[in-house]
Every structure is written in C-alpha cells, then in structure tokens.
Write a protein that binds this ligand. Structure first.
Ligand SMILES: Nc1ncnc2c1ncn2[C@@H]1O[C@H](COP(=O)(O)OP(=O)(O)OP(=O)(O)O)[C@@H](O)[C@H]1O
Length: 232
C-alpha cells in the first residue's frame, strides 16, 4: 500500500498532546510536556529555545525517530502511532525530509548522486528530477562534485535538495546555519523558505540563530519541554 496521500488531501504535521520522558526510575527527564503543534503545507516555522529545552526531542518524535509516551503525531495525514517499524521507515523515506547541521552528505557520492540515493532505496512516487532540483537550489554547476570539493553553504544546498527530492510532506531541519557565516546563513534559510512556500512542504527548523527568523512564518519557543508561540 502506498504511504503517499493524494496532493488534494495533503496535510503537513499535526502533533497533539505529545509527552516524552527520557530515562526511568528516579532519574527521569520530561523532554516534551504536552506539546501540540500544527504546521500546514507551505508553512515555515522555527523552534527556538535554550539548550536542553526539548527542541531535538521534538524533531525526533515528529520524524518518527522517537516514540512519545503519550499524544498523537500525524505526518501528511498518516498517524505514526501503532505503525510497524517497516511502515515507519517507508514513511520516513517518502514523506519526511531531514536536513542536518552540516549537510550530512555521503563522502563518496557526487551531488547529483546524493539526490538519486533515496530512489535507489525503494520506490518513490513522482520524485523530482535531481538535475532540475540542483538547478533550483543553485547547484547545477557542481552536480559532479563530491562533498569535499564543496563549501559549507554548497553542502547545505545539496542536503536541502536531497531532502526534497521525494516531495516530502514534512521537512525537519536541525540547526542548518550552525557552520555558516551570516550571509550564507541568510542564503540557506531563504532557500528553505522559498522551497517550503513553492512546493507546499511543512517545514520545522530548530535554530539558535535569531538572525534568520525573519524568513519564517511563525516562531515557537521551547521552555522546559513546553512549546509556545513567540511570534507570527
Ligand atoms: N537519550 C536521552 N536520555 C536521557 N535524557 C535525555 C536524552 N535525550 C535528551 N535528554 C534530556 O532531555 C532534555 C531535552 O533534550 P533535547 O536534546 O531535546 O534539548 P535541546 O533543546 O535540543 O538541546 P540543544 O539545544 O542543546 O540541542 C534535556 O534535559 C536532555 O538532557
């Protein structure tokens, strides 16, 4: 059975009443405390907050990498709760794009082959064309280059393109500007905004970088495991 919902019924991310407790016995930490968050297709939200407040935990449950202790998570209309491991892996591959701090590219692959990789792991319905996508993120001229021949900003662009090639419903982005200077940070986050709005993806970006928040539609603040709107 396909995990891809038809475009007309597509929804983004719906998190409702999610709690996550790490550890057991006497040494438990409540990383997420009754968190709810809805991100619509085409909406770009940022999550800010101090170290240890629960931002990574939120990305982990949204991406199906950690199972919450309570609450529900839906991605592209699909409820993650009760899904088999195999179905969850399939959903992550086709419906969720991950962008990491420094691109996380595979050293041996050229830029264009990084984008082909998700399709070699299994069937993807209606993927985007890798070369066209590289063109769109301004990287077509580096298509045959391996990561060690790319700058930090260029690696991020390829990482973003790779995350988008399957037309995911949800894009999860963890500190994308941590290794970039100010001008490249703006370039990378404005690219994320453009792709989010232009391709109806629901994007959640965790960042410490106050400078780039102007590109986001809404900013949430995480404090001790609780989430509140900071600005919209
Ligand atoms: N695997 C784990 N086992 C035990 N506690 C954990 C685990 N992962 C996270 N925690 C705790 O849960 C809380 C939230 O951590 P989390 O990594 O989500 O915060 P964060 O806001 O992403 O922090 P940072 O900005 O430093 O990355 C912290 O108190 C952390 O110590």
């Amino acid at each position: 059975m396909s995990t891809t919902a038809p475009a007309t019924t597509r929804t983004g991310l719906e998190i409702s009443g999610v709690s996550l407790v790490h550890g057991d016995g006497e040494s438990t930490v409540t990383a997420l405390d009754d968190v709810s968050l809805t991100v619509s297709p085409g909406e770009f939200v940022a999550i800010v907050g101090p170290s240890g407040s629960g931002k990574s935990s939120l990305l982990a449950v949204a991406g199906g990498l950690a199972k919450p202790d309570s609450g529900t998570i839906r991605v592209g209309g699909h409820d993650l709760g009760g899904m088999s491991g195999r179905r969850l892996t399939e959903l992550r591959r086709t419906q969720i794009g991950f962008v990491f701090q420094s691109g996380n590219l595979i050293p041996a692959l050229t830029a264009v082959d990084q984008l082909r990789l998700p399709m070699t792991l299994g069937r993807v319905e209606n993927p985007r064309d890798p070369m066209e996508l590289l063109e769109e993120v301004g990287m077509a001229h580096r298509a045959r280059h391996r990561p060690d021949k790319l700058s930090g900003g260029e690696r991020q662009r390829v990482g973003i393109a790779r995350a988008l090639v399957t037309r995911p419903a949800l894009l999860l982005v963890d500190e994308p500007t941590a290794a970039l200077d100010r001008s490249r940070s703006h370039d990378v986050v404005s690219l994320l905004a453009r792709e989010t709005h232009g391709h109806d993806v629901a994007t959640v970006m965790v960042t410490h970088d106050q400078d780039v928040l102007e590109h986001c539609d809404k900013v949430y603040r995480m404090t001790d495991g609780t989430l509140e709107v900071e600005s919209n």
